[in-house]
Design a binder for this molecule. Sequence first.
Ligand SMILES: C[S@@+](CC[C@H](N)C(=O)[O-])C[C@H]1O[C@@H](n2cnc3c(N)ncnc32)[C@H](O)[C@@H]1O
Length: 267
Amino acid sequence: MRPTPGNRDRRVRPDRFAGTHGRGRPELTGDQGMAGQVNRWLRDWESMMDGYLPGRGDLMMAGMQTAETVLGRPPVAVLDLGGGPGTTARKLLRRWPSSQVSVLDIDPVLLALARAAARAAAIRRADLGTARWRMTAGGPYDLVLAVMALHYFPEGRIRQLYPEIRRLLRPGGLLLVAEPMPEQASPNRRQPPDGLGPWQRWWRALAGHPALAQPMRERERVLAGQKSTQFVADLDWHQAAAWDAGYAESWLAWRRDDHALLAARNT
Ligand SMILES: C[S@@+](CC[C@H](N)C(=O)[O-])C[C@H]1O[C@@H](n2cnc3c(N)ncnc32)[C@H](O)[C@@H]1O
């Protein structure tokens, strides 16, 4: 852990953004009769993500406990960056039913599922690839999470995201980042595995379902040209990025093998 920043005055009031909630807009055709199918997709998503991030349930528990300890209470407002189909938001709302939880993602299909998975959550569509995402991010927040979302971006963009996120945090607010952070890895890009992996199989199961026709078309348009960089760096790299971004302190909140949860507290 790096030392706290002594006399550096970083007590900047976070910006406030109006944000768009988009709640109540049905996006799955035939929404009403879809509950069983949607639940299966969400359950399969969880199994798939457990494969990519072993111990994900423990990580979430450690993250929520860390947030309660740091904040001294449940968070009033939480933002899940790259929150996908809302299964993390659903867990957050189960533990903190009074919290205002937002899910932000670029993917229209995943956000349509998030509307069903976490009905009380605000759904925000934005591209984290440029600083403009903050215009629809809402805030300020007590807690921001990025679970397996940062590795989509190049190294330089991830460095920029740390301060951009900090500006959305209340003073003393917390950022939690879950990523592969192997011990002493120099920053690099992992090669995606050849063939049809769990990710492609999950998407293949959704393809062609009439309820998803409209968000699938939208997805194709929005994600054209987007590709994960599969960026990987060690914990030190992420702590340095948090330090440079002005967080008061950062620490390892959880680890299993190569996967870690970094906690970074705003000044
Ligand atoms: C591996 S998934 C993790 C989803 C979720 N955090 C979870 O753990 O279930 C990565 C997520 O990042 C989102 N994402 C990728 N690129 C993005 C971008 N440019 N802007 C916003 N979200 C993005 C994807 O759509 C996807 O939902």
